[in-house]
Design a protein around this ligand. Structure first.
Ligand code: ADP
Ligand code: MG
Length: 671
């Protein structure tokens, strides 16, 4: 056996179930071994006297009253009995699981997982445990057709067959010794079947280090390539023409825009390969800076491409660049183009009759050939990882690359997360902007907000509603959003058209709904958080975020940034009843400042509280087990080690590091 074999080599896995596992990203045996739980349930037996009200825990004790099942109505029923743990007697209730009565034997001992109700001194049972269960039960992300039980069974099977022993070590001995890291196969086993918390933590530490070290190595290798003079373009742009363009703008650039543009221009002029990240809060004026950089490239006799995540954003940029540069030849590449139209555009691009080309990922993927491509700008970079950056530089003449992001990331973190790139920051908004007014309300005050929304709708405002995020389950996430849409539609009736946008929709569907919203055919747009950011609908002036305390500050700031794009006053309403101090603090800070960088710094400080969901959409790279914010100390250590390793030009020949080189080559990160 080898671990690259498909899952179907396991007994009991046919093509049909393999298809289901594929949806979880599990295709090979190795994928299965490395498909880690995202959390654990603690099944260690607790003392009932130590439990807090509402806590879920395992209680064990002796059954001291016979099981009694009561029925109500058509199907509902309750199984009741009493157990004694030490000297404490407590009532146990199971709802609608009458068959469990068979397991309840007077005088016998049971371990029950349930929820403790302190005032009633009773446990609402969720599960009767077999006598010898592990203390920590892994919980996996699931998909339609794959249950916890079936996943656990398959993983157990793989480990029982000893497949974990085939997992190859990918960290050199010296590093494992230096940091006391357990072997890879041992770590994988401990993730699925931890003996105790301490062992799990050690396993996690090892896997995080592994993941972050490889990430840092990739970054450092890219960076080293960027420093190679022979490999970059030296663009000789025309100073005077550029100055004239700037002077013709309807406004004066802010000093932060000037500084960033200067940094970009300098990079482009030098023979170094530019790989720069342009950061600026929503509305800080990145587009103009990008446009001027593109124009500079044009004066040097090269083409420039602007790549964005969605078609609707592509259109938006096409429009604003057409306004800024009416005399240039702009092309918009769209997926929905007719074949003839597309062919015509592509041939004009190839023969150099197009100066700026704007589009989605198709710009670099399909057979798009450029006449002389000098600059590629990538907007909202968060789905453009280090891997894509590497592919891009292998295209054509190795054009300069500028990435733009509206997510404010503190500089220190940006350097670790995007170590191969230089960073420019527009940390200043153009004068005269109206800050978004942010209010925090409790759920019970929602009716007041709905009344106020009616007034807003009457004066023509449009509204975003963000439905609560349920990280564990996409299905629940969606159900929540649908429910919210229906409630709002029922509430507003003919007074507003309500539409729903969610992550499971096809790109065209999403674009269609966004277009309807832009065209004011829809007044209230309900969406899950997994949808695109960056779309500009100036008339959308109100953003309501449900269960706002589930989000980190940066994410809330991103969401809020979708309003406040027109001249009218905009509002953000955070609906939340936070249970923790940190949750309350976050809500309060949001109402007090609109400074994205300040919020990002606060976000960093408050991370690790464990109650904020993932780094998704925060603009930072995502990992399987590591979190670039929470694991910052490991990130830093990995960065140090990686740069020490690659600092020696002949590191690949060093027997200490050959293992790393091998794995990087296998993944195509090295030639
Ligand atoms: P973002 O950084 O979010 O992409 P945009 O580039 O879309 O921001 O700019 C937002 C708005 O601000 C645009 O309407 C743009 O014309 C305007 N703008 C950009 N720079 C300035 C400036 N220096 N002074 C005044 N308005 C500006
Ligand atoms: Mg923008």
């Amino acid at each position: 056996m080898n671990l690259h074999q498909a899952l179907t080599v396991l007994p009991g896995v046919g093509p049909k179930s393999a298809e289901k596992f594929r949806k979880l990203g599990i295709e090979t045996l190795e994928d299965l071994l490395l498909y880690f739980p995202f959390r654990y349930e603690d099944f260690k037996v607790k003392n009932v006297l130590d439990l807090e009200d509402g806590e879920k825990a395992v209680i064990s004790g002796q059954v001291v009253s016979p099981a009694n099942v009561q029925y109500y109505g058509y199907k509902r029923n309750r199984l009741r009995f009493t157990i004694k743990q030490g000297e404490v007697a407590l009532a146990v209730n199971f709802f609608n699981q009458p068959y469990l009565a068979d397991k309840v034997e007077l005088g016998g001992t049971l371990a029950i997982f349930g929820k403790w109700d302190k005032t009633k001194a009773s446990l609402t049972g969720m599960k009767i445990l077999a006598q010898v269960e592990e203390d920590l039960q892994p919980i996996y992300h699931l998909t339609q057709g794959v249950s916890q039980a079936s996943l656990v069974k398959l993983i157990k099977l793989a480990f029982d067959q000893g497949l974990d022993l085939l997992l190859e070590e990918n960290l050199p001995q010296v590093l494992r010794e230096r940091y006391q890291l357990m072997p890879r196969s041992q770590a994988a086993r401990a993730m699925h079947f931890p003996q105790d918390l301490a062992q799990y933590r050690q396993a996690l530490r090892r896997l995080k280090f592994e993941e972050l070290l490889y990430f840092q190595l990739q970054l450092q290798l890219l960076k080293a390539e960027n420093r190679d003079f022979k490999k970059g373009l030296a663009l000789d742009w025309q100073e005077e023409a550029l100055e004239a363009r700037k002077a013709a703008l309807p406004f004066k650039l802010t000093s932060a825009q000037e500084r960033s543009l200067g940094e970009i221009l300098q990079d482009m002029k030098s023979g170094l390969h530019m790989n720069r990240l342009l950061q600026g809060d929503v509305g800080s004026g990145k587009t103009v800076v990008a446009g001027l950089a593109m124009y500079a490239v044009h004066t040097a006799g090269y083409q420039a491409a602007l790549m964005v995540p969605t078609e609707i954003l592509a259109e938006q940029h096409f429009e604003s660049l057409s306004q800024l540069f009416p005399d240039l030849r702009l092309g918009l590449l769209r997926g929905s183009m007719k074949a003839a139209e597309k062919k015509d555009l592509l041939s004009r691009v190839e023969s150099g009759q197009v100066d700026f080309i704007i589009g989605t990922h198709a710009l670099i993927q399909e057979g798009v050939n450029y006449h002389r491509l000098g600059l590629v700008i990538i907007d909202e970079q968060h789905r453009f990882g280090v891997e894509q950056r590497r592919i891009l530089r292998q295209k054509g003449e190795n054009p300069d690359v500028l990435m733009m992001t509206a997510t404010p990331i503190p500089r220190t973190l940006a350097i670790t997360a995007f170590g191969d790139m230089d960073v420019s920051i527009i940390d200043q908004l153009p004068a005269g902007r109206k800050p978004i007014v942010t209010r925090w309300i409790k759920h019970e005050q929602l009716p007041l907000v709905l009344d106020w929304l009616d007034q807003q709708l009457q004066v023509g405002a449009q509204v975003y509603f963000i439905s609560p995020l349920i990280e564990e389950s996409e299905a629940l996430d969606l159900r929540n959003a649908v429910a919210l849409e229906q409630e709002l539609a029922a509430h507003f009736g003919v007074r507003a058209q309500v539409a729903l946008l969610h992550g499971k929709m096809k790109a065209e569907e999403k674009d269609k709904i966004m277009q309807d919203f832009k065209d004011k055919k829809v007044q209230i747009l309900v969406s899950t958080t997994v949808i695109e950011v960056g779309v500009n609908v100036p008339n959308a002036r109100v953003m309501v975020i449900m269960d706002a305390d589930r989000f980190g500050l940066s994410q809330l700031h991103q969401l809020r940034g979708r309003v406040g794009r027109g001249d009218q006053q905009s509002y953000a309403v955070l609906v939340a009843n936070p249970k923790t101090e940190s949750g309350q603090k976050r809500m309060k800070i949001m109402t007090e400042t609109t400074d994205g960088f300040l919020l990002a710094e606060e976000d960093l400080k408050m991370r690790g509280s464990g109650e904020i969901f993932g780094t998704r959409q925060s603009g930072l790279p995502e990992f399987q087990v590591a979190d670039i914010v929470e694991d910052y100390p490991i990130v830093e250590e990995a960065r140090k080690v990686a740069s020490q390793i690659v600092a020696d030009p002949s590191w690949r020949q060093d027997s200490n590091w050959s293992l790393l080189a091998e794995h990087l080559t296998e993944k195509d990160y090295l030639d």
